[in-house]
Design a protein around this ligand. Structure first.
Ligand SMILES: Cc1cc2nc3c(=O)[nH]c(=O)nc-3n(C[C@H](O)[C@H](O)[C@H](O)COP(=O)(O)O)c2cc1C
Length: 189
């Protein structure tokens, strides 16, 4: 069982990072092999909608997303963690998600070659926001939940938290436990 954590915040050691680490610790406790990708340390251009991937399943843009595509395909579970920036996900996470285009064919069906890889794959989400009302993260949940359904993934749930200063969430034991349990659930067959 491989669990891949994908960090959409550029703030290393920030709130999304702290909760993602908790989720990955939960996955490790459940026996999974874990890996974390920090999107802000990668070069990921926006999708060009050139349509070339419709035939090949491979994106023409030569950047770090090629390697990330492979890791997403190989993982049994994906956990994304991202803060709210202006009522939406960060640009790093959006560029990454748009590049999922390569997994689909012309009719927006899953590429045949990838269907077995996506069939059993699980997906979970963590959102952070400065607003005391964690529903500020709902547009991100909407985006990931729909993408999950569209790609035929198994949704394991979402943890939504509120914090502002860097790493402040580390003092919130209740939400850390929720993130840990999300990771554990993602790693449990
Ligand atoms: C550019 C920018 C835009 C933000 N926009 C929002 C917002 O629209 N709503 C909100 O609740 N918090 C907003 N925040 C606050 C962050 O979501 C919050 O500080 C979060 O804890 C950051 O997570 P991180 O430590 O993982 O980077 C914004 C922060 C930045 C830097």
């Amino acid at each position: 069982m491989k669990v891949l954590g994908i960090l959409g915040s550029p703030r290393i050691g920030g709130n999304s990072d702290v909760l993602l680490d908790q989720a990955l610790a939960g996955a490790r406790e459940a026996g999974a092999e874990i890996e974390k990708i920090i999107l802000s340390q990668k070069k990921i251009a926006g999708c060009l909608d050139c349509g070339k991937c419709n035939e090949t399943g491979i994106c023409v843009i030569k950047d770090d997303m090629g390697e990330i595509h492979k890791k997403v395909l190989e993982a049994d579970a994906l956990i994304h963690s991202v803060p709210v920036y202006f009522w939406a996900m960060t640009s790093q996470m959006k560029a990454y998600l748009d590049r999922w285009c390569a997994f689909f064919d012309e009719q927006w069906g899953m590429q045949k070659a990838y269907r077995p890889k996506f069939k059993e794959k699980k997906i979970g989400l963590i959102t952070l926001c400065g607003d005391s009302n964690t529903s500020a993260g709902d547009p991100i949940v909407h985006s990931f939940k729909n993408t999950s359904d569209f790609a035929g993934l198994t949704w394991v749930g979402v943890v939504q938290a509120s914090a502002s200063s860097k790493g402040e969430i580390a003092r919130n034991e209740a939400v850390k436990k929720k993130a840990f349990d999300l990771g554990k659930k993602a790693a449990t067959p």
